[in-house]
Design a protein around this ligand. Structure first.
Ligand code: MRU
Length: 364
């Protein structure tokens, strides 16, 4: 996608040295556009853990490059397995992390030591290219939903609500939930996005609003609690969210608060779609509520907020009383019964075991 007319991906290999890895520091957005250089596996692990990069497909891609960086230092099998385990332990919920590392290890375990670095960079590049292509395809399959809504509204503005950031910053390019919106905007459809602020870390207010604004897509940031009210008043035509892990039965883990939006959508007959590349499907899990691990993050993210003050400096201020404990589950699970359908790179399907099997018969 473009920033000020210049095309970028969210992760790339430095064009000058040909080996270090470049990312946007997402903890600095939307205030500063800062590009970081990752030069070793520890920096890659830190980037994922501290959420300098975040979003399910992107953390998989950065972990893949992290393993390539690790192999530059030590290509032995022992070091490779140790470093892959370190990267895999950085965040627990998004299955793309495990998927990318498993794919890298499967390829590298059968590769002679002398070839491992070159092979790792090539495989990581392939993971990135495939993610960009999958997300663009999700855009095309999701565009049909927005086109249909535009037809029903006879060309009147289509309002889409989204939660968290599932745009190009969360993937390698295009995004998942935002890809259909970019496609619709580029096709000339009058589309407007209700952007949930997404407390506690505000990925919506900070990242989704920034991305959409840079691309020229009409949007409005709303408090997380506003969605139900807007749906009751006919202000939301459809909801599209991303996901960190989908079970083989169609349960969906995504950023905390997604489940409440799905409940409100059900109550108001608003379609609730989930954009899901196949790399986010965990075929080993059937019951999302019971078996998807939910990341528990620091209390400070709930008890305080960070933003830019009027003098331009970045400040973190506490909003909860000193001494009040805070809890911070970072994801929730929306049961498949509340999901209108999944938008994958192979097309749309019901959020059911049968629906997924139809699109992905190789996992039957
Ligand atoms: O904690 P985050 O910011 O990594 O959570 C990200 C999300 O929940 C996204 O909605 C999800 O990864 C989909 S990304 C295309």
């Amino acid at each position: 996608m473009k920033i000020d007319g210049k095309p970028y991906r969210s992760v790339w290999v430095d064009r000058e040295d040909g080996w270090s890895v470049r990312i946007f520091d997402q903890t600095k957005l939307p205030w500063d556009v800062e590009i970081l250089r990752l030069a070793d596996v520890a920096a890659a692990g830190h980037a994922i853990r501290s959420m300098q990069v975040r979003g399910a497909p992107l953390i998989g891609a950065v972990a893949a490059y992290g393993l390539a960086l690790a192999l530059r230092a030590d290509a032995s099998t022992e070091a490779m397995e140790r470093d892959a385990a370190m990267l895999g332990a950085t965040r627990p919920t998004a299955v793309n992390l495990r998927w990318a590392l498993d794919r890298m290890l499967t390829r590298l375990r059968n590769t002679p030591l002398a070839e491992r670095v070159r092979t790792a960079y090539a495989e990581a590049a392939l993971i990135c290219d495939e993610d960009a292509a999958q997300c663009e395809a999700i855009g095309t399959h999701g565009l049909a939903l927005i086109e249909a809504a535009a037809r029903v509204k006879a060309g009147e503005r289509v309002n889409v609500l989204t939660h968290c950031n599932a745009g190009w910053l969360a993937t390698v390019d295009w995004g998942t939930a935002l890809a259909p919106i970019y496609k619709a905007h580029d096709a000339g459809i009058d589309v407007h996005v209700w952007v949930d602020e997404t407390r506690p870390r505000n990925q919506g207010a900070a990242l989704t609003a920034w991305e959409l604004g840079r691309h020229g897509v009409a949007h409005t940031v709303i408090a997380d609690n506003a969605g139900g009210h807007l749906m009751q008043h006919g202000e939301v035509d459809l909801v599209i969210v991303g996901t960190d892990r989908v079970t083989r039965t169609g349960d969906v883990a995504n950023k905390i608060g997604t489940y409440l939006k799905a409940l409100a959508a059900k109550d108001n007959d608003v379609p609730f779609w989930v954009a899901c590349p196949s790399t986010t499907i965990d075929w080993s899990v059937a019951d999302g509520v019971a078996d998807i691990p939910i990341e528990q993050r620091a209390e400070a993210e709930v008890a305080a907020v960070t933003g830019r003050t009027e003098d331009g400096s970045i400040a973190t201020v506490r909003v909860a009383p000193l001494g009040s404990p805070a809890a911070n589950p970072a994801f929730d699970v929306t049961p498949a019964r509340l999901v209108s359908g999944l938008i994958t790179e192979r097309g749309r399907c019901a959020a059911t075991a049968d629906g997924l099997r139809t699109l992905f018969p190789e996992h039957a």
